[in-house]
Structure formats: structure tokens, C-alpha cells
Design a protein around this ligand. Structure first.
Ligand SMILES: [Ca+2]
Length: 257
């Protein structure tokens, strides 16, 4: 007969293995992740650079505060050489505006980093992927979706992001998502697996991912950079990032004999 403690600890180990299964298959890449405490031993954040209005606090990184005409960004200095990945961003968009607020932020997987510009704080005619969390509708005509709105755009450097149309003519897909001024944590996951792009949110306080959209046949090279940028204009909001985690996906089919 086993002592009670042993059985209990065995039970806990089994529970741990089940709950940790996701983490043991997919590996968080420390050099592409940004988690607390942000600072290393010195004054630099290892692997990350920031620009513009960005400030780093112990608990969050504020890309813009709730004032007009700000641009801020944070970029991962290490190029991503992982073929299949999932990027999870814990964020908070909040401000005093009840009906008028903006402009939003963008999560990047792009060739150029640290280049200031008009697309939610980063450069236009970019090369790579932008997942845009747009809080303000610039569109004056009849609208087919509400804001806040999440969309994805892939660019080879030839396309411009058209704010007047909220990027609708260049987007791959999108979904409405009420992610602003929430009292609980909000997360977005961008999964890029075998040329399939899936964007999901966890913004309903359910600790579960809900698919926003999925697009097949998305071709992205390796070696680009992860970044997040935000902007305010006439309207404003705080755009805060709590964490960024990049996981390398361990796909069974990748194992070749
Ligand atoms: Ca907009």
C-alpha cells in the first residue's frame, strides 16, 4: 500500500502533465518573447528595441498614452527563423473616450523594423504581415462592419494601407471584436501554420480562444521581425502591451525519417 502523500503527488504529476501538454509540444522562443520582468540585468530589454512615445513600466509597455498625435512601437531585434509559429499578445486598449477614441494598434511580422510611419505607427508599403486592431472607423460611407475591428494584411511592399477605407480593400479577412475598455485581460493569437493564418481572440473573460478568421495560402518568408506599434491622432487611447510570446509549433508531419 502506497502512502497517501505518494498517491496525491502522483495525482498532481498526472494533472500537471495533462495541463502542460500544450507547452511541452510547442516551445516558447525566449528571444522572440517579451515577458515580465521586462528588463534584464542592465537598462536594455534583451532582444527588444522601442521607439517613439513608448514607455516601459514594471507591469506593461505603453505604446501610446491617451493623448493626441502619439506614435510608439516595440520591435524584436532577432529575426524569426521559425517556419511555423504562434504569436500570443496580451494587451489592453483603454481610455477616457466613450464614443470617440483611436486609432488602434498593429502587430507586425515585417521585413523592416523600427521605421516610423502612418500605418498605426509603422511604415506603409511594408513587406510582411500586419494584424491590425483598428478602434476607429475612418470610413464615411455606408459600413459593412462595426469597430473595433481586427483584420490582416499581407504586403510585398507594393500596397498602401488606405485609412479612408479602414484598409478594407487590402485586407485578407477580418472580424469585429469588442476589445476596448475591458475590466479583464485581453489576448490575441496569431497562428501561422503551413501557410494557414489563423487569428483568434480571448476577450470574453473565458480563458478560451475564439476564432476571428482563418486564411489559407498565406506565404510569408522566414527571417522577418515581430513588432507592435500604435498611434493616436485627433482621437486617443492608451495602447498597452503586457506580454508577447512566440511559440515554435511542433508539427508531427515535420518529423521525417
Ligand atoms: Ca481606422
Amino acid at each position: 500500500m502506497y502512502p497517501k502523500e505518494f498517491i496525491l503527488s502522483l495525482f498532481i504529476v498526472v494533472i500537471d502533465v495533462i495541463s502542460a501538454e500544450w507547452n511541452t509540444k510547442d516551445f516558447m522562443k525566449r528571444e522572440h518573447s517579451l515577458i515580465k520582468p521586462y528588463y534584464g540585468s542592465g537598462l536594455d530589454i534583451p532582444f527588444w528595441q522601442f521607439t517613439g512615445s513608448t514607455i516601459v513600466t514594471p507591469n506593461y509597455i505603453r505604446l501610446t498614452d491617451d493623448t493626441q498625435s502619439k506614435r510608439g512601437a516595440i520591435w524584436n531585434s532577432a529575426p524569426v527563423n521559425v517556419r511555423n509559429w504562434e504569436l500570443q499578445v496580451h494587451f489592453k486598449v483603454h481610455g477616457k473616450g466613450k464614443d470617440l477614441f483611436g486609432d488602434g494598434f498593429a502587430i507586425w511580422y515585417a521585413k523592416d523594423q523600427m521605421v516610423d510611419g502612418p500605418v498605426f505607427g509603422s511604415k506603409d508599403y511594408f513587406q510582411g504581415l500586419a494584424v491590425i486592431l483598428d478602434t476607429y472607423s475612418n470610413h464615411n460611407g455606408p459600413h459593412n462592419h462595426q469597430h473595433p475591428y481586427i483584420s490582416a494584411m499581407v504586403n510585398n511592399g507594393s500596397l498602401t494601407y488606405d485609412h479612408d477605407r479602414d484598409g478594407t480593400h487590402t485586407q485578407l479577412a477580418g472580424c469585429e471584436a469588442k476589445f476596448r475598455n475591458l475590466d479583464f485581460d485581453s489576448h490575441i493569437a496569431i497562428r501561422y501554420e503551413k501557410d494557414v493564418l489563423t487569428v483568434s481572440t480571448d476577450i470574453e473573460n473565458k480563458a478560451a480562444w475564439k476564432e476571428c478568421f482563418q486564411v489559407k495560402g498565406v506565404r510569408l518568408p522566414t527571417g522577418y521581425h515581430i513588432g507592435v506599434s500604435a498611434t493616436t491622432g485627433d482621437l486617443s487611447d492608451n495602447h498597452d502591451i503586457m506580454s508577447i510570446r512566440l511559440f515554435e509549433l511542433d508539427l508531427p508531419d515535420d518529423v521525417s525519417n
